[in-house]
Design a protein around this ligand. Structure first.
Ligand SMILES: [Zn+2]
Length: 570
């Protein structure tokens, strides 16, 4: 392709709305443009990459024996009502009605629809195992779309569903998908880690996520170098720290509690200053709205509440922090003074808080805290559960060694669903004896847009994107320094044609621009190989450079062509 004819609207300025490298670079390199919050169009250069990622996914799914089909994004409500997810998805589901008033949604994921399809067409054990997949657009009305296509409201997902006779066969189908996923992310040039994941709203017996380590990731990954344990922080089990005296059993003597005036202290930092003690000696009380119910939730002063764990503990669909008005109504005090003593709502207490003695809490009175509070004596927990987020240095739940915590981007998710959907939707098969059994299901997702963004997150520098060859929009760019120089143009044209003939995807930057502008664009877009035709064209010498390396070298035209071909693998 000749660059002069192409639609590649690159930007010199960093768009203000973009916070992370991939989002900035996808806009700057002209890969995509925003239509509305969380909704993007892919432009030609971006769509080429998109299709390459998609094709890698397709090839590996096919190789693993999965069969591709495609379903509508516009889905009737009934199947989701039958599975219960019409409610579970809450505000995240885009819903609409047709002219006759019939309810539909824009599919957030397709478990129900695949189950219905298989149920209506498959009756015998002879048809199993069966794995079907599609690469299709999904819709979720995210509360906070951000980071470009990393968390968008419309996205393309490869979703696969396996149907088996029993759990043992599901294990086999699951393992095939696991292996296919490893190949996919290897081919995409990603550095990833596989972690145990929460099964959450989807139900099911086991689940793993493929996470790309990245400082901008939205999920924490806890992993242990001693035993290999790895889990996302929604799943990672927290081992409570010992009581403040260092003993395993809570042993300190319970002291009399007292109310203390703390007029200007409401945050943990202010309270630490006021009481001259460590954050570990406080228990925070947070007020949450879980569906329509208000609850109080307690974690140690230095800990972070894990909303997913809390949601699973409560079994609620919607969960959000209560507003100041509700806090005042429930506690009788301003925000910052909530506590468990005398509060009139269910109190969910973190496992670690349950082992603490003589701690500080809010007094449910503006300007006051209690010290020396003890659970059971001074208040009762409605429920004690592990509801905090694991921290770096916490004990590994498997071996006890200190865990590491890093952030990651989830690019793939595999899931043993079991019979949750097949039972709800009556998807059964007849075994050899004519007996009816529910099929046992697995589901397997890969976010295509997100994988593309993750590749950029791991492969960029100050000048732009550094695409791995496998997904680069074009393999090689040929840059004549002076388009007015006939000799340079002739040689550039010759290289361009020869490479194209060899099956290399090649660009010819024939724009009448300064070489600096052309080099900047080539680096920004991230084309892996650049061949520059300049002053030495008369001697048949060109400059050869890889995007991933800073050095370049002079080569004969023949040598440059054969180096480029071998780099591309042609
Ligand atoms: Zn361990």
């Amino acid at each position: 392709m000749r660059v002069s004819n192409m639609f590649i609207p690159t930007l010199r300025e960093v768009p203000a709305e973009a916070e992370i490298a991939s989002h900035k670079l996808m806009l700057r390199a002209g890969l995509m443009r925003k239509l509305a919050s969380g909704i993007y169009s892919f432009l030609p250069m971006g769509y080429r990459v998109f299709r390459k990622v998609e094709q890698i996914v397709r090839e590996e799914m096919d190789r693993a024996g999965a069969q591709e089909l495609i379903m509508s994004a516009l889905l009737p409500a009934e199947a989701y009502q039958a599975s219960g997810r019409w409610e579970v998805f809450g505000a995240e589901m885009f819903r609409l009605k047709d002219r006759g008033g019939r309810e539909f949604c824009l599919g957030p994921t397709h478990e129900e629809i695949f189950t219905e399809t298989v149920k209506n067409e498959t009756r015998s054990y002879r048809s199993l195992p069966l794995t079907l997949y599609q690469i299709q657009t999904k819709y979720r009305d995210e509360r906070r779309p951000r980071f470009g296509v990393m968390r968008s409201r419309e996205f393309v997902m490869k979703d696969a569903y396996s149907f088996d006779r029993d759990e043992a066969n599901l294990d086999i189908s699951y393992k095939k998908m696991y292996e296919a996923y490893c190949k996919i992310f290897d081919r995409c040039g990603l550095d990833y880690i596989v972690v145990d994941a929460d099964t959450g709203a989807m139900g099911g017996s086991g689940s793993q996520e493929f996470m790309v380590k990245s400082s901008i990731g939205e999920s924490g990954i806890a992993y242990c170098n001693a035993c290999g344990y790895a889990a996302n922080d929604e799943k990672a089990e927290c081992i409570p720290e010992n009581c403040c005296c260092g003993q395993k059993e809570a042993c300190c003597e319970q002291l009399e509690y007292e109310k203390v005036a703390t007029p200007n202290a409401r945050t943990i930092e202010e309270l630490m200053e006021f009481f001259k003690c460590d954050a570990k000696e406080f228990a925070k009380t947070l007020i949450y709205k879980a569906d329509d119910k208000i609850v109080a939730v307690m974690v140690r002063g230095d800990r972070e509440l894990n909303e997913t764990k809390l949601q699973n503990t409560l079994g609620c669909i919607e969960l959000e922090m209560a507003d100041a008005e509700t806090v005042k109504k429930v506690t009788g005090a301003d925000v910052g003074f909530a506590g468990p003593v005398g509060i009139n709502v269910d109190t969910i207490v973190d496992l670690e808080v349950a082992g603490m003695k003589n701690f500080v809490t809010g007094a449910n009175e503006t300007g006051f805290h209690y010290k020396n509070i003890n659970i059971d004596r001074d208040f009762k927990a409605t429920k004690v559960a592990d509801i905090r987020t694991i921290c770096e240095g916490d004990k590994c739940p498997k071996c006890g060694a200190p865990v590491k915590v890093e952030l990651g981007i989830e690019v793939g998710h595999i899931f043993k669903l079991g019979t949750k959907y097949t039972q709800a939707l009556n998807c059964i098969y007849l075994d050899e004896n004519g007996k009816e059994n529910p099929m046992v299901m697995g589901c397997y997702g890969i976010g295509i847009n997100r994988t593309m963004a993750a590749i950029i997150e791991q492969n960029n520098d100050d000048n732009g994107i550094i695409w791995p060859m496998s997904v680069a929009p074009y393999h090689v760019i040929v840059v004549p320094v002076n388009t007015g120089d006939e000799l340079q143009m002739e040689l550039a044209q010759k290289i361009y044609s020869e490479l194209m003939e060899a099956g290399v995807e090649v660009l010819l930057d024939d724009r009448n621009e300064r070489p600096g502008v052309k080099f900047k664009d080539a680096d920004l877009i991230g084309i892996p190989v650049r061949i520059t035709v300049g002053k030495k064209a008369a001697e048949g010498i060109v400059e050869y450079k890889l995007r991933s390396k800073s050095e370049f070298s002079d080569m004969s035209v023949e040598e440059a062509i054969s180096s480029a071909k071998s780099e591309v693998g042609k």
